[in-house]
Design a protein around this ligand. Structure first.
Ligand SMILES: Cc1cc2nc3c(=O)[nH]c(=O)nc-3n(C[C@H](O)[C@H](O)[C@H](O)COP(=O)(O)OP(=O)(O)OC[C@H]3O[C@@H](n4cnc5c(N)ncnc54)[C@H](O)[C@@H]3O)c2cc1C
Length: 408
């Protein structure tokens, strides 16, 4: 029987997009969130809607880069080995996924999901017109050496073959013509990939706008309420156990980001989701030609992304396997500031950096977990594990979880 009342657990961008889709399809929807909407990984993320650039972290090129990535003090990747079997299980599965066939299959699946997501996102934007500093100014992914540019060319060919939207290789001069603020970095680039159709937006602002719109349309939000477990009976979840008491619904969608794994484990389901910690800063921009970029920029060597959101520049990066440690070491923030000053020295006065950290809910392959799980109750669905692309993929994933729910 089709459920009437669905409870979405988690109000990050994935949970909110799910609530949006389910409400459109006529379900009665409730959302439980321990904090305020968008205050998990979604809040200060890189702000890029990266529909065409979905290459997973698990890629064969990792093997060659691994020693440098793990040993260099300035490496964007950090591993703090812990006595945590989940960390080791995840790490081994990640290394296993670093082969050409798996990476190609992931790219293909993510491109399809991203295309579906883009369509659904655009429909939502038309209907809601949220104030979220949305822009379609395209994206440049910069490469600093001929070798990295050559491997980017191969990825470009693969993405073209798999149906991504138009992208092309550009010279440093063309980069500066596309984004004049890169003029100071001209000599440091070997070239770039330009994707004119890519977008950016402030994910936290969108989460806030979605919550307000959904609440007005009758979606019930339980904010400041923690999900602690489940009451099960006859192979079904009959209630979510929460800090405010049991909460009953006909079906549940678990969208708890990097903590999804803990809650799923209570039901006997293993979800290969581990926190992949990252950081961001957000600075006010100095207006003028060749100051802060309007085009989104990814510096592939540093693995740092830059996105313009209104009168601010968001700078995000790093990937750390350090468990759920939410501290913000000063040197990580200094690295992001130094990268910004190097690429865009006149972007900002750098008075306030607004340091932030968040945990990407990462799966070893980079593919999200959407729908039912064989070991979990049948009325509990998952929408999690979107890793570095949760903002990009949220609205497509929401459609897929709604389809799974409707299939019963
Ligand atoms: C540095 C960085 C840069 C990124 N850049 C980009 C980018 O440019 N583009 C892109 O597409 N993606 C990017 N991402 C990834 C993206 O932000 C995530 O994939 C996405 O936010 C995941 O959304 P989510 O809703 O699954 O998780 P979250 O946003 O973490 O939401 C989960 C929610 O569940 C709540 N919750 C958790 N446990 C409980 C509980 N027990 N009870 C009640 N509530 C609970 C949390 O409070 C949280 O609000 C980036 C991530 C990081 C860290």
């Amino acid at each position: 029987m089709k459920p009437k009342h669905v409870c979405v657990l988690g109000a990050g961008i994935v949970g909110l997009a799910t609530a949006w889709q389910l409400h459109r399809e006529g379900y009665e929807v409730s959302v439980i969130e321990r904090d305020a909407p968008g205050h998990g990984a979604s809040g200060g993320n890189g702000a890029q809607l990266s529909y065409s650039y979905v290459q997973p972290l698990a890629d064969p090129s990792i093997w060659k880069q691994l020693p440098k990535l793990l040993l260099s003090p300035s490496s964007p990747l950090k591993l703090r080995p812990a006595l945590d079997p989940l960390q080791w299980r995840w790490g081994l599965a990640f290394l296993e996924a670093c082969d050409a066939d798996t990476s190609r299959e992931t790219t293909s699946q993510l491109l399809a999901l991203a295309a579906q997501s883009r369509e659904a996102f655009e429909e939502m934007m038309l209907e809601l017109e949220p104030a979220c500093d949305f822009s379609t100014t395209g994206k440049l992914v910069l490469y600093s050496s001929a070798a990295s540019l050559e491997s980017a060319r191969r990825q470009l060919d693969l993405q073209r073959e798999l149906g991504s939207s138009p992208q092309r290789l550009v010279t440093p001069d063309e980069c500066v013509a596309i984004e004049p603020a890169l003029v100071h970095y001209r000599e440091r680039m070997a070239g770039a990939i330009h994707t004119p159709g890519e977008c950016a937006a402030d994910c936290l602002k969108l989460c806030t706008e979605l919550e307000a719109a959904l609440a007005q349309r009758g979606v019930a939000f339980q904010l400041g309420v923690e999900v602690q477990g489940f009451v099960e009976s006859g192979g079904r979840v009959v209630a979510a156990r929460t800090s405010a008491g049991p909460f009953e619904a006909d079906a549940y969608v678990l969208a708890l980001g990097s903590t999804s794994q803990r809650l799923a484990r209570q039901l006997g389901a293993y979800l290969p989701v581990y926190p992949l910690k990252g950081y961001s800063i957000t600075v006010d921009v100095e207006e003028g030609r060749a100051t802060a970029p309007h085009v989104s920029v990814t510096d592939s060597a540093r693995k740092v992304v830059f996105a313009r959101i209104g009168s601010r520049l968001r700078v995000a990066g790093m990937a750390e396997l350090v468990g759920h440690d939410a501290s913000i070491p000063a040197e990580r923030i200094e690295t992001l500031e130094a990268a910004t000053r190097e690429l865009f020295p006149h972007a900002s006065r750098f008075e306030e950096l607004h340091p932030w950290t968040g945990m990407r809910p990462a799966t070893p392959t980079g593919r999200p977990i959407i729908g039912r799980h064989p070991d979990a109750p049948s009325n509990l669905l998952f929408n999690t594990g979107h890793g570095a692309l949760g903002f990009t993929l949220a609205f497509g994933s929401a459609i897929r979880v709604a389809e799974a729910l409707a299939r019963g």
